[in-house]
Design a protein. Structure first.
Length: 306
């Protein structure tokens, strides 16, 4: 981590000891510290640098005024806003969450004694911001809306299936494997320690979109075969041996295609490829194994009712 605002002052004091003494700033053991308390004036130090047009960085040609203007907003001789930039490494969403949480815990709240926000209460407001914070806010928003959007999707899917089948039981039977596939994928993410990110957060929508196609194909073929045959077992066998085999080939190529993403150098893309491959696989398994069982139970139940 590197605080760029601190290094503006550090470089200024390191370049001119008299500058540091004028404003109560000293370098001790490689760290910039407060010197004589009576002379310490951070605002005046920044004002002095903001008016200094001499070259501060010989490589870029930037002056002290240029460097200070990027991090400090002055109102006369007072600091109005100050941006303390700390560079961190965060390659995954879990790293992002951990970094943001660490900063929030270190700053604390205004009621926590010994924390920065408490010490600056009534003097200054401290906020954690930046690209990582914005990304974390997006992820939090996606996660919070995921359950409601998934529930709405399932309700709409049920209504569509109800209109298609004209009966509630077949609609429930067809939708059940899709619900199970979604639960399996989310459970697998927990087992594999996969975190939610901007790509994997779409897993429930993927499970619904892929799974509903598979089960509808199987169900429609079974309904068609059932009209031709009196024996429900023969209808199931024909459904699995035709549409089921086609789905196996389709799902197999789709899963392998997404597994190629595991070779990506980006962890987020790797996780998305793995989760999507699991989604396709689970949707296939439930469509050709669980759905036929549910269809058979539904047929037996309707026959017994008659």
């Amino acid at each position: 981590m590197r605080d760029l605002t601190r290094f503006d002052l550090y470089d200024a004091v390191d370049n001119d000891v008299l500058f540091g003494e004028s404003y109560g700033l000293v370098i001790t053991n490689g760290d910039l510290r407060r010197g004589i308390a009576e002379q310490f004036d951070l605002g005046a130090a920044f004002v002095s640098l903001s008016q200094n047009t001499s070259v501060a960085d010989p490589y870029t040609g930037a002056s002290w005024a240029d460097r200070v203007s990027e991090t400090v907003d002055l109102d006369g001789d007072k600091i109005k806003h100050i941006r303390i930039e700390v560079r961190v490494d965060a390659s995954t969403s879990s790293d992002t969450s951990r970094v943001v949480q660490w900063f929030e815990e270190e700053l604390g709240t205004e009621s926590e004694s010994g924390k920065l926000r408490s010490e600056l209460s009534g003097v200054a407001n401290v906020y954690v911001t930046g690209d990582l914070v914005a990304l974390q806010n997006v992820l939090d928003g996606l996660n919070s809306s995921q359950l409601s959007s998934t529930a709405i999707s399932f309700i709409v899917s049920f209504i569509v299936l109800l209109l298609l089948t004209r009966r509630p039981v077949p609609a429930i039977v067809v939708l059940t494997p899709v619900v199970l596939a979604t639960l399996w994928v989310v459970g697998s993410m927990v087992v594999l320690s996969l975190k939610w990110n901007v790509l994997t957060v779409m897993v429930t929508a993927l499970s619904l979109g892929i799974g509903i196609d598979y089960v509808i194909h199987m169900w429609r073929r079974f309904e068609s075969e059932r009209e031709k045959r009196e024996d429900v077992w023969e209808a199931l066998e024909e459904t699995i041996s035709t549409t089921g085999v086609a789905l196996v080939l389709s799902a197999g190529t789709t899963s392998l295609g997404f597994l190629v993403l595991l070779f990506s150098p980006m962890p987020v893309v790797q996780q998305f490829g793995l989760v999507t491959a699991l989604t396709v696989t689970y949707s296939l398994i439930l469509s050709i194994i669980v759905l036929p069982v549910l269809l058979l139970m539904s047929e037996v139940s309707s026959t017994a009712g008659e």
